[in-house]
Design a protein around this ligand. Structure first.
Ligand SMILES: Cc1cc2nc3c(=O)[nH]c(=O)nc-3n(C[C@H](O)[C@H](O)[C@H](O)COP(=O)(O)OP(=O)(O)OC[C@H]3O[C@@H](n4cnc5c(N)ncnc54)[C@H](O)[C@@H]3O)c2cc1C
Length: 364
């Protein structure tokens, strides 16, 4: 099978790239692991600033129609015990963000490109990667050979292609997330259905997924002593007992299934090579506090589409290097703003979790 592009990874970055390449008539195969379970619903939020970009890409309807709901603002208690009300009413041109249903959105988009998806059960292997010719083996009981000019890593934080290409990552913190779905309660003191609160050992966010469920996610550092407590509902209640409103969302919950995972900031040491590139979390993964992971996945997919188109049509030798440099610049700017955000919380600046943001000087 010979294609112009081979994409590995079946998330928002890989699928968006596939849809955009299809529109341009650029041939591709998207390789993915067979029988992947629907991911745990994180209820990611897209901020209003992402809406014009989705509109420009003609993806806004897809995201809106498959979203859980529109969001019109959020509350946060960060830096003091006063609740801040962030209202999207003043945003232009869109006065709302979206609480996306990633699984449903992806299924809708996958239907557009299903004919070009290749599944495998026993891994993949890059057997040749040079001079504009990449050969990837998708391993099942037999082997399917896919040949292409350009290889794309869209495998998220796994960076499965980059690992095979021996490209390392720079890791900037140790943030981990613990999430659970809990019955929805409407907090009497809060109008918006998204609420963020910091606490001595980390921070947490609760938001409504739908009419019956809230998703509750707590963040701390890998190895922090609070982490094991956050994974058990009764211990979680006592660990969060000092919080102001966060504790109220789990007060009546007696059973919950927790899902943990990495949520740290990291970047691939190289984001592109002569005929490969990485996008989404595989290129750079953002702290969920930024609410920019999904926007990043879509943005990098759009930039990658332009880059691939130029490479194929003009045989421009520098275009992949420019893509990598642009992404590294974005990541450096992101690190500065992320750190500034954390530094707004000074109440526990000597604590194990918060002190890291006050020790680092070299981002200024
Ligand atoms: C707790 C939490 C909350 C978040 N909240 C928000 C938020 O509110 N707003 C926001 O914008 N972002 C948020 N994010 C970030 C957002 O979810 C990610 O940035 C985004 O989903 C990344 O998309 P992706 O396609 O790059 O990677 P992924 O979604 O990770 O997709 C990668 C795909 O590659 C597949 N894959 C992995 N390894 C292999 C392999 N070896 N072979 C083949 N396929 C493979 C995976 O199965 C998956 O399908 C949050 C993240 C976390 C952890």
């Amino acid at each position: 099978m010979r294609k112009e592009v081979i994409i590995i990874g079946n998330g928002i970055a890989g699928i968006t790239l596939a849809v955009l390449l299809q529109r341009k008539g650029i041939s591709f195969s998207l390789l993915h692991r067979k029988g992947e379970k629907p991911p745990f619903a994180l209820g990611e939020t897209l901020p209003p600033s992402a809406m014009p970009f989705l509109q420009k890409l003609q993806l806004l309807n897809t995201f809106e129609e498959n979203a859980y709901r529109k969001t019109y603002g959020y509350h946060s208690m960060w830096g003091s015990s006063r609740v801040t009300d962030i209202n999207f009413y003043h945003h232009n041109p869109f006065k709302n963000g979206l609480k996306i249903n990633k699984y449903q959105t992806l299924e809708y988009m996958r239907d557009l490109i299903r004919d070009d998806m290749v599944s495998y059960t026993k891994g993949f292997e890059i057997i040749h990667e040079a001079h504009g010719n990449t050969v990837v083996l998708a391993k099942n009981d037999g082997v399917k050979m896919v040949q292409g000019q350009i290889l794309v890593d869209a495998t998220g934080r796994n960076r499965a292609v980059l690992q095979k290409l021996k490209v390392d990552s720079e890791i900037h913190d140790e943030l981990v997330a613990v999430s659970c779905h809990v019955p929805k309660i409407k907090h009497p003191k809060l109008t918006h259905e998204v609420y963020v609160e910091s606490f001595e050992q980390g921070w947490g966010i609760v938001s409504a997924l739908n009419e019956t469920e809230n998703i509750c996610t707590m963040y701390t550092n890998k190895g922090h002593e609070i982490l094991s407590k956050l994974k058990d509902i009764s211990q979680c209640k006592s660990a969060l007992s000092e919080t102001i409103y966060l504790k109220d969302f789990i007060a009546q919950v007696n059973q919950a299934k927790f899902k943990g995972g990495n949520a740290n900031s990291s970047v691939a040491k190289r984001i592109s090579g002569s005929n490969w590139l990485a996008l989404g979390d595989a290129a750079m993964s953002f702290d969920p506090l930024s609410s920019h992971g999904i926007t990043n996945a879509i943005y990098t997919a759009a930039r990658a589409t332009e880059t691939i188109e130029k490479k194929l049509s003009e045989a421009d030798p520098d275009v992949f290097a420019e893509y990598g440099e642009a992404m590294q610049t974005i990541y450096q700017q992101y690190l500065i703003s992320k750190n500034n955000l954390y530094r707004q919380e000074t109440r526990w600046k000597d604590s194990e979790f918060w002190k890291q943001f006050f020790l680092v000087k070299d981002w200024y």
